[in-house]
Design a binder for this molecule. Structure first.
Ligand code: NDP
Length: 445
């Protein structure tokens, strides 16, 4: 047990890719600024026309603290009910819809998590149910938009309590040996303690928070914004249509590839804490959907030519991003035997040691998209986000916040991932970097 704890602390220290003081400062800053930022963004989008200057002037006029307290909506019974119905519905779909059994990657302590791949079915059932509730006059999604501030407020507090639960569970009842404390309460709360927390044997908490609550809410809110504009204006502007279709294509791609997502950093490396779970429960529904939130009250008319051009460019980026992930996954699934751009792949056979001291090997793909740069897939990811935002045109900066945030997130993630892989694969990673020298943008960075 003591050895496992020491290993876990060592691992966490390795995960801190920036200096400890910088890490500490950024953790405290993110914990304290993300919740109020969600409310400010919602308020500016919905009540101040998307203008940061208007919100700034409001706060100047009313005093920062008093003005902000006035802005912050209290969580209401309606908000809690909407969240509870949605969360219970998604949890039930996750547990009970049928799906193939798939295995995740081997964890650092040698476990292989097992999942039920029923994401596409859950996605289809969710959207069909939601749109049918509206179509048959049972529930109007406009209610969600009208109570959005209260919903975010309830989500902020509810998710913080949930993260405290994850912290306590990690200490007293971890689901597997992939768990441990860094010895620092703030880091444990922020980065999380458990890699694969579960309730019972089958209910995987990160699949719920990241996929079935977070990513699903993205699609549900995209549809909500579209319906709200229709209910208000009697029609949907082409800018809103382009935004909604692109966001839905993106989320559809996500669920199509959900089992692949279970092999990525979010699931296989990042533990269940504030960073990933609060992020998916609150940040995804509020910030990721924000370009659509803005468009509700800004029905720009692009004209068919521009609308179709943006749509095609966006779909192309989403496809390339998907193809990068697919290429890597197929390559690993077939043990390096898949064809990459019609040819046998070039690869590095990299060995590493698990925390239990066992030696294992992994294959690193060095051709196809993965030969252009080590994280080329982030380029089309960022560009797709730009294309579903650009229908808002350029009257305000705020709709572009997500694109800017995503760029910073992915550049930081690429560095974190490189550092992690360097410490995992050592000389093999060095060889990979010599063969594929650019981190994200070929020829530039
Ligand atoms: P990746 O899918 O890039 O996975 C990174 C892992 O892949 C590495 O840790 C390593 O894991 C393995 N790996 C690295 N290089 C190679 C290689 N050459 N060949 C084979 N395996 C390799 O991670 P992400 O989670 O960052 O991205 C997944 C998807 O999610 C992307 O499409 C990304 O754009 C998207 N994304 C979206 C975000 C958003 O907020 N919208 C945020 C983050 C990601 P191992 O230890 O197994 O070797």
């Amino acid at each position: 047990m003591v050895t496992a704890k020491a290993e876990s602390m060592k691992k966490k220290k390795e995960e801190m890719v920036h200096s400890p003081i910088l890490t500490y400062l950024s953790v405290i800053t993110l914990l304290s600024t993300c919740p109020p930022f969600v409310i400010l963004l919602w308020y500016t989008m919905v009540h101040q026309d998307g203008s940061i200057l208007n919100t700034f002037n409001y706060l100047k006029e009313h005093g920062v603290v008093e003005g902000f307290v006035n802005i912050w909506p209290r969580p209401t019974a309606v908000a809690w009910k909407i969240i509870a119905c949605y969360a219970l519905f998604e949890a039930a779909l996750q547990l009970w819809l049928p799906g193939k059994t798939v295995e995740g990657p081997i964890s650092p302590t040698g476990n292989k998590p097992v999942y039920k791949a029923n994401g596409v079915l859950a996605y289809v059932v969710t959207l069909v149910t939601y749109i049918s509730l509206w179509w048959f006059g049972i529930f109007n999604p406009s209610v969600v938009y009208d109570h959005l501030g209260e919903i975010y407020s309830a989500l902020i507090f509810g998710s913080l309590v949930f993260c405290v639960f994850l912290y306590i569970k990690g200490h007293v009842a971890p689901s597997s040996t992939d768990s441990g404390s860094s010895g620092n309460i703030i880091f444990d709360f922020y980065w999380g303690m458990e890699l694969y927390p579960r309730i019972g044997k089958n209910f995987d908490i990160k699949v719920f928070t990241n996929c079935r609550f977070g990513m699903m809410s993205w699609a549900v809110l995209a549809v909500t914004y579209c319906i709200k504009q229709y209910e208000t204006n009697g029609k949907v502007a082409d800018s809103m249509l382009v935004n909604t279709v692109l966001m839905l294509v993106y989320v559809t791609k996500f669920f199509w590839w959900e089992a692949g997502y279970w092999n990525t950093m979010d699931i296989a490396h990042d533990r269940a804490g504030f960073y990933i779970c609060w992020g998916c429960l609150v940040w995804v529904p509020s910030i990721y959907t924000s370009p659509g939130m803005y468009l509700v009250n800004h029905p720009v008319n692009l004209g068919p030519q521009l609308a179709v051009s943006i749509l095609i460019a966006g779909i192309l980026c989403i496809y390339i991003n998907y193809d990068c992930d697919r290429q890597r996954q197929e390559f690993r699934r077939t043990n390096g035997k898949s064809l990459v751009w019609g040819k046998a792949p070039s690869k590095i056979v990299a060995s590493y040691t698990t925390t239990k001291g066992e030696t294992k090997t992994s294959l690193l793909l060095t051709s196809g998209w993965w030969g252009l740069s080590r994280h080329f897939h982030y380029v089309p990811e960022i560009m797709a986000a730009f294309f579903w935002t650009v229908p808002a045109l350029f009257d305000n900066f705020l709709p572009y916040f997500y694109v800017v945030f995503l760029t910073i997130l992915l550049f930081d993630r690429a560095k974190r991932d490189d550092d992690r892989c360097r410490s995992k694969y050592g000389k093999y990673w060095k060889t990979y970097c010599a063969k594929v020298p650019y981190r994200i943008i070929p020829g530039i960075y």
